[in-house]
Design a protein around this ligand. Structure first.
Ligand code: SAM
Length: 267
């Protein structure tokens, strides 16, 4: 009979320690090794649940070198679980190289469902349409960021961002798409959890130019009703475009009536 190698991907809480499943606790107790992004971070959770399994560091700096070791151990019959510092492994966290090699070696992967910042955020943010695009961490260069914001303007664009950069990012979004509607989730499942849904200027005012904690953000998809056409017209005028050209560009980009935009350019 073929031996079944056992490897588990186990989500852990993104803040509230109670957000772990019974199955996750059971598996973390029964495996031989827990591969952790940071063993000290995971140890807090393991202590909380009286889990005494051996931990091994597995992070982006030793990802490649650990793969062979884990595969050898799995083939020897050891059971391994992969966890990240918080949430679901592989969602902006290490794991991809390892999972690819496990698949190449025909090693069965069992992924548990569990905590992740994206669904926790999206499940409390109303949206007109289901379409969303998750792009991981927001790009760091202005050009890449602007390309992304423009390319995905018709989808709800969800991204992770650090508290140090978020105000600059919001200003950049405003510069590119106008003062549009966004949703921002902060410190989800934690004591100071907060969801703010408003236009960019009001969100920045709400936080008084300063935001702390962990953040997920969503730029609402463009619809006729939420595009800030006045700002767009001003931007295009400042670049020397004529009213007729502006009407053609904006009506094509946002499926709006060309004559209505032309009239707006005259105001
Ligand atoms: N694997 C994680 C997951 O499943 O969500 C994401 C890991 S990524 C390295 C860390 C980023 O996720 C943070 O910088 C923040 O943008 C987002 N995040 C994690 N926990 C969060 C929370 N409690 N509230 C809001 N955002 C969170």
């Amino acid at each position: 009979m073929e031996r079944e190698f056992q490897f588990y991907v186990v989500p852990t809480p993104i803040g509230n320690l109670d957000d772990i499943t019974l199955r996750a606790i059971d598996i973390l107790k029964k495996v031989d090794i827990i591969a952790c992004e940071d063993t000290r971070t995971s140890q807090n959770l393991l202590n909380h649940y009286n889990i005494h399994t051996k931990t091994v560091a597995y992070h982006k700096f030793n990802e490649k070198s650990k793969v062979e070791e884990f595969i050898t151990l799995l083939k020897q019959g050891k059971k391994i679980a992969l966890v990240s510092d918080a949430g679901t492994p592989m969602i902006c966290d290490p794991g991809s190289i390892l999972i690819k090699e496990l698949i190449n070696n025909n090693i069965k992967i069992t992924a548990l469902s569990g905590a992740c910042a994206i669904p926790t955020f999206l499940s409390q943010v109303p949206r007109e349409n289901e379409l969303f695009t998750f792009v991981g961490f927001f790009p760091k260069t202005k050009q890449k960021a602007q390309e992304l914001i423009t390319e995905y303007s018709k989808s709800n664009l969800v991204f992770y961002e650090s508290p140090n950069r978020i105000i600059d990012t919001l200003n950049l979004i405003k510069e590119t798409r106008g003062n549009i509607q966004i949703a921002l989730g902060r410190e989800l499942t934690k004591l100071f959890e907060e969801i703010v849904i408003d236009n960019i200027e009001n969100v920045i005012t709400h936080f008084e130019q300063r935001i702390k904690g962990e953040i997920v953000c969503m730029i609402y998809a463009s619809t006729e009703s939420n595009i800030d056409l006045t700002t767009k017209i001003k931007q295009l005028k400042s670049k020397g475009f004529k009213s007729k050209e502006i009407a053609t560009i904006l009506s094509t980009l946002y499926d709006t009536n060309k004559n209505d935009i032309y009239k707006l350019t005259m105001e």
